[in-house]
Design a protein around this ligand. Structure first.
Ligand code: SF4
Length: 165
């Protein structure tokens, strides 16, 4: 850690699978006085309870959401996590999101790849317009569907009940 801290500014990404790993990451951050830090929860198929206890939306997290009209409008139109992303894999295929089908290859023009995603793609414009969110009063307040929903296999990560419009 001493050597790393002598290098030009370094960012640290802590991948965590449990509360214990979260605590360990926090103590490492405090002990080493790290500043550029990101903590990223990882779903392993065996730690659903970690997600349910810490990342699922509940009434407390809903009440903490503060959005401008502009942010609400953005969430009504596009996916805040995927929009604009283009990922190129070593085999030449291009993806807007690695959980969705490829939208072209490096042999296609950038224009055709972007056009494909905007007209037929499943990522950039993926919004909360599916049930149960489409019938919920918080539809446009909750963040766009994320990769966590995709890998967990649910349309939402939510404990909210009786939220029908
Ligand atoms: S049902 Fe969907 S829109 Fe409603 S609170 Fe849950 S995640 Fe948000």
């Amino acid at each position: 850690m001493k050597v790393i801290k002598q290098l030009p500014p370094v960012s640290f990404i802590f991948l965590i699978r449990s509360e214990e790993e979260y605590e360990n990451a926090n103590s490492c951050i405090e002990k080493n006085e790290l500043s550029k830090v990101e903590i990223v929860p990882i779903y392993t198929e065996e730690n659903l309870s970690f997600f349910e206890n810490n990342l699922y939306i509940d009434s407390e997290s809903i009440s903490g959401i503060e959005l401008s009209k502009r942010q609400v409008f953005i969430q009504q139109k596009l996916n805040i996590f995927s929009f604009g992303n283009l990922i190129v894999l070593p085999d030449g295929k291009i993806y807007a999101n690695l959980n969705d089908p490829s939208i072209g290859t490096v042999n296609d023009t950038p224009h055709s790849v972007v056009y494909h995603e905007l007209t037929e793609g499943k990522s950039w414009l993926k919004i909360r317009n599916q049930e149960p969110c489409s019938n919920c009063v918080y539809q446009w307040l909750c963040p766009s569907p994320s990769n966590y929903e995709a890998v967990i296999g649910k349309p939402n990560l939510c404990f909210m009940k009786n939220t029908s419009i």
